[in-house]
Design a protein around this ligand. Structure first.
Ligand code: C2E
Ligand code: MG
Ligand code: MG
Length: 575
């Protein structure tokens, strides 16, 4: 960047300086020395000086300050300037006959000290010039290291300074803190961008005050996310409270309160890199999602253990895939439209037979692999294994048992998805209706256009699409009526709740009506008891799946079930 001092110049081409001295002769002498180079202002005592500094703080390049003065002593003036953030950046050169005041002056923020009587003018001019350059350079740095909206540090400088804090305060216990604003994008959308900006500025200002009072530093990482690195022991609740603005107090703003979420990783482990420390603060903050009562959460030992466990799963993923440690289990789906329920199809559910951790259920690794992008590789493995199994059973039984596989919301973004399914059908000689696809309802809310387009393509290839976990995704009725689907699969919790009280039972009826409207069957999962099976049959469900019939089992056990295909002994849900 070219070195330029232009933005900080006063309106004339010369820089503005202030000469403070109670002796007229001294003011005149110094003014005479500086006159050709600078525009000079004069003050005859401390109070006049303070007024002038306040008035010209944005354009003043340097203050020449005498110490021994009426009204306000020069050292007291330095103290006032140091404690006021808006005056702190104005550079001061002390010129005094109090020779023993040098250390104190410098400690109070003076940038230079010259004893009286005045030295040669060249010396004063040279030193003044050096100070002005230094302070202007400092201002330029301040501009580049700050976020223009909030004036907080930007991310890179923040990490740089945090690193320095570690170097210089090795033994100081520190906290890594992440703060974000609940539903910030909603605020932006509802009230406009400038409203959002105002919120960010206010939150930044209030958080900044708390952080500064505790000797820490703060940055805006991006959008509505703030990072704080600060000596341990800040009053977290108080900081959040002071920054959570009561919008109702401002007539220009809609009523309600901006809620902040703060995740704290206390007494950080300094051997971790800084990014990871803030990842931990983020993990803590994430536990507050959707919680409007609590605003502060801490990184715990339990999260730490989960982090270690997750890291191991990610490390072990590729070897596990190569060594086929992932096993596909099959859970039957019973058709209950006839007098006697029979296995009409199955769902493929993955498990991980880990060599040291034992059998791991998908709830422990699917969300993790969805987050870090490994899921498409796992799913392709599962889909291929399932297709191969359908083909084997087809040969074994002489007919196909359709099996559905789960498609993650992340898979929908894979541009090769439809081609991949086509290729496995071809490879294993299957018809498209023999491999069914389950897509979770909430995926339809992520990116409705994309999913409708992808699902439309898959259906035109002949695949049956089951909407999984129906009743959790809050799809609108308008949206559902346009969805290209072939079955509604009720979420387990929805089923359990529906069977508990009258009101929810009416919901079941509503789902049945929706399914009738779409002309698709209803599948209920999570059926654990005979009573549930009976009630779901009465409510008009077409297919049932659940532990009452069978848990998900390995392929061989499933083949055995399919061969007998009957209800548990003693059951009478068969009518
Ligand atoms: P899901 O697709 O909704 O699968 C149903 C889950 O309910 C399965 O859990 C199943 O074992 C369980 N379940 C079935 N009947 C009962 C019952 O009567 N009582 C109870 N308490 N649970 C029952 P699982 O196998 O642990 O799978 C959990 C979730 O993991 C699945 O939910 C699915 O979203 C995901 N998942 C499983 N396998 C795969 C896969 O290969 N790929 C992807 N992307 N996701 C998978
Ligand atoms: Mg499923
Ligand atoms: Mg489900």
């Amino acid at each position: 960047m070219p070195k330029t001092h232009e933005p900080f110049r006063s309106s004339s081409s010369k820089r503005l300086v202030l000469i403070v001295d109670d002796e007229q002769i001294n003011r005149d002498l110094l003014g005479f020395m500086l006159d050709g180079t600078y525009d000079c202002l004069y003050a005859a005592n401390g109070l006049e000086a303070l007024r002038a500094i306040r008035k010209y703080r944005d354009t003043l390049s340097l203050v020449f300050l005498d110490l021994n003065m009426p009204e306000i002593h020069g050292l007291d003036l330095l103290k006032i300037m140091k404690s006021d953030p808006s005056l702190r950046q104005v550079p001061v050169m002390v010129i005094t006959s109090e020779n023993n005041a040098e250390v104190e002056s410098l400690q109070l923020g003076a940038m230079d000290f010259i004893p009286k009587p005045y030295p040669q003018p060249e010396i004063i001019l040279a030193r003044a010039r050096r100070i002005i350059e230094l302070s202007e350079d400092r201002q330029i740095i301040r501009f580049t290291e700050r976020d223009s909206l909030t004036r907080l540090f930007n991310r890179d400088y923040f990490f740089g300074y945090s690193h320095q804090l570690d170097l210089f305060r090795k033994d100081q216990p520190m906290d890594a803190i992440l703060v974000d604003i609940n539903h910030f994008h909603m605020l932006n959308e509802r009230f406009g961008r400038s409203f959002g900006d105002e919120i960010l500025r206010r939150v930044a200002e209030k958080l900044g005050e708390s952080v500064e009072a505790n000797g820490g530093i703060i940055c805006r990482r991006d959008a509505d996310v703030f990072l704080i690195y600060c000596p341990h022991g800040m009053d977290y609740e108080a900081a959040v409270k002071s920054a959570s603005i009561h919008l109702g107090e401002d007539p220009l703003m809609p009523s309600g309160q901006v809620h902040l979420r703060m995740g704290v990783y206390e007494n950080v482990d300094k051997s971790l890199d800084l990014e990871r420390r803030f990842d931990r603060a983020k993990l803590a903050a994430n536990t507050l999602r959707g919680n409007c009562v609590r605003s502060v959460a801490f990184y715990t030992e339990e999260m730490h253990q989960k982090e270690i466990f997750d890291a191991q799963l990610v490390d072990d993923f590729y070897p596990a895939l190569m060594q086929k440690q992932f096993k596909v289990y099959y859970q039957p789906k019973y058709d209950i439209s006839q007098r006697r329920p029979f296995i009409a199809s199955a769902e493929a559910l993955v498990r991980w037979q880990h060599p040291t951790l034992g059998l791991i259920m998908p709830g422990s690794f699917i969300p993790l692999f969805e987050e870090n992008g490994l899921i498409p590789q796992l799913d392709r493995f599962v889909w291929r294994e399932t297709a191969a199994q359908i083909a084997r059973w087809k040969r074994q039984f002489g007919f196909a048992i359709p099996v559905s596989v789960n498609i993650s919301r992340v898979d929908i973004y894979d541009p090769e998805l439809t081609t991949f399914f086509q290729s496995i059908l071809k490879q294993y000689g299957l018809q498209s209706h023999e491999l069914r696809l389950e897509i979770t309802e909430s995926a339809y809310n992520d990116n409705a256009d994309l999913i409708i387009q992808t699902v439309g393509q898959l259906r035109s290839m002949g695949f049956c699409i089951e909407m999984d976990d129906f009743g959790t995704g809050y799809s609108s009725l308008g949206m559902i009526s346009n969805l290209p689907i072939d079955a509604l699969k009720l979420d387990m919790m929805f089923v359990h709740n529906a069977l508990r009280g009258d009101l929810d039972a009416r919901m079941l009826k509503l789902v049945r009506d929706i399914a009738n409207y779409l002309s698709v069957p209803v599948i209920a999962e999570g059926v654990e008891t005979l009573e549930q099976a009976q009630a779901l049959k009465d409510a008009g469900c077409d297919m049932l799946q659940g532990f009452y019939f069978s848990k998900p089992v390995p392929a061989e056990a499933f083949a055995e079930l399919a061969r007998t295909s009957s209800l548990p002994a003693g059951s009478d849900a068969e009518q």
